[in-house]
Write a protein that binds this ligand. Structure first.
Ligand code: FES
Length: 122
């Protein structure tokens, strides 16, 4: 038998705080949508981080969150599209691209790109 948890989701971009009940056997994003709330998403399979949140308190189970490194999970980030509530929760929607930047920014060069293209030499 499933259990419901109280989930509060802060969306600072829209200045909204959603408060909902989520069964422990439903993805949080799916449950929020069924209750009429529009949350950010894209891939819906734990890969893109568009639905990323920071957990303020509570526990989440997210074994399919392949888009998040173990380090970011340890720091309290979660992907709502593939997350189950394991307790009452309070989470904060992250700015678009913030979690992607945190995770992959170190792999990309910063600053201007210099192109070394030489044309027309015979
Ligand atoms: S919507 Fe892409 S990771 Fe959740």
């Amino acid at each position: 038998m499933s259990q419901d948890y109280k989930v509060q989701i802060h969306d600072h971009a829209k200045s909204i705080k959603y408060s909902l009940k989520v069964p422990d056997d439903y993805y949080i994003l799916h449950s929020a949508e069924q209750q009429g709330h529009e949350l950010p998403f894209s891939c819906r399979n734990g890969a893109c981080t568009t639905c990323a949140v920071k957990i303020l308190y509570g526990d989440i189970y997210q074994p399919e969150a392949m888009g998040l490194s173990p380090e970011l999970k340890d720091k309290g980030y979660a992907l709502l599209c593939v997350s189950y509530a394991c307790s009452d929760l309070e989470v904060e929607i992250q700015e678009e691209d913030k979690v992607y930047e945190l995770q992959f920014g170190k792999f990309f060069a910063k600053g201007n790109v210099k192109l070394g293209l030489t044309l027309g030499e015979d």
